[in-house]
Design a protein around this ligand. Structure first.
Ligand code: HEM
Length: 145
């Protein structure tokens, strides 16, 4: 049996507009996903400050998260418009559809987490929001090919 040879593709620079589009998309994605992970990691320390500190930090995070979410959704549709989606293999289209659904779940879950009044609500919606956000990241890298 002849060995499988995977031809390495020659690296090329992205056209300028693609670079702007993907930079804005990845910037939005990194604030949305990275912001959640960072604040979750800082929370035990913030709790040590006592009083309203966790609530104040959560409110400050929300002021960063929602503009980032808006940016990643707008550039996400720009991504679709910039690509020849009609010629894409069905597996790519399925991943895109799953990704858009996962991004919607992430947004709703983070919204419900920010409005939760019980520790259980905070924990459940927070973990669904965080997991869906990381899943969107992985699906995005898959789509980028
Ligand atoms: C939390 C939300 C999201 C995250 C974390 C995210 C993350 C990513 C990442 C990391 C990439 C790879 C970029 C690269 O390697 O060049 C990507 C690509 C992509 N994303 Fe998103 N994304 C999100 C939302 C969306 C939405 C809402 C859409 C569609 C409406 C979308 C459509 C795409 C497409 C089509 C690509 C491929 C772009 C290309 O190859 O030119 N993304 N995404």
């Amino acid at each position: 049996m002849s060995p499988v040879v995977i031809a390495a593709s020659t690296p090329t620079l992205s056209p300028a507009l693609d670079a702007v589009r993907l930079t804005l998309h990845v910037l939005g994605a990194s604030v949305w996903v990275g912001g959640q992970i960072t604040v979750t990691g800082l929370l035990p320390t913030v709790r040590g400050f006592g009083g309203e500190a966790p609530k104040k930090v959560a409110r400050a995070l929300a002021r960063l998260l929602w503009p980032a979410y808006a940016l990643v959704v707008v550039t996400g549709f720009w991504n679709i418009a910039a690509l020849d989606v009609s010629g894409a293999p069905s597996a790519w289209t399925v991943v895109l559809a799953v990704k858009v659904a996962v991004v919607a779940v992430a947004g709703v879950a983070v919204f419900l987490h920010q409005r939760a009044t019980t520790r259980r609500g905070l924990a459940v919606w927070g973990s669904i929001g965080g997991t869906a956000s990381v899943a969107a990241l992985v699906l995005g890298v898959l789509l980028a090919g």
